[in-house]
Design a protein around this ligand. Sequence first.
Ligand code: DC
Length: 227
Amino acid sequence: MFAIAIDGPAGAGKSSVAKAAAKALGFTYVDTGALYRTITLYMLENGVELKDPAAVAAALPGLKVSLEYGDQGQRTLLNGRDVSEAIRTEEVSIATSRWVAHVPAVRAFLLDLQRELAARSNVVMDGRDIGTVILPGAQLKVFLTASAEERARRRTLQLEQAGESADFARVLDEVERRDRQDAPQLEQLPPDGVTLDTTGLSFDQVVQRLTGMAQERMDRKTEGEEG
Ligand code: DC
């Protein structure tokens, strides 16, 4: 199996880049943020006190998260129910970032599932601790980043394109707040990782660099196995 780990801060374009690279390479794209979001949704639906890590940990045995892959890409299931859309609300985003993703029991709960996915097929897996904790043996580990200003610029543009009001200064404020909340301690570059700073690069350029690096390493792996 060949695994590509993509870590980095929110808004660096991890999921769209990872998705496009997976498509180009014929790999499965695994969005691990969806797993954390699903746990948050379950806690919210069941009235669990999110600020209490012990209460969150105690509720974990009541839930099963699974991922399915088909024509629509990844679908996320919570106790068999498709929650792929329900986990995208602002409420879930904020609670995941602020509380749930920080609970060690939650991270431990999701560890095996993520490793099993990578054992089953070639993956491009995006998250925060994929290269360091989940798949330390990944053949390619990329830390995808961009300056806070660049991420705020992209987000502002997205909002404008969606017809929503967007004030750059406010968006930048939100990006910086999210960075502080999102466990920056997790976002470390493993010693054998590569940083890809996308500031000033187009989406296609980023995808090309990533697939180029992956191709190079796959060729090397094949040569190593043959030789
Ligand atoms: O990438 P995302 O916005 O869907 O992630 C949702 C939240 O989960 C975000 O607060 C970061 C957290 N997360 C994490 O801690 N570890 C991961 N591997 C993926 C996401």
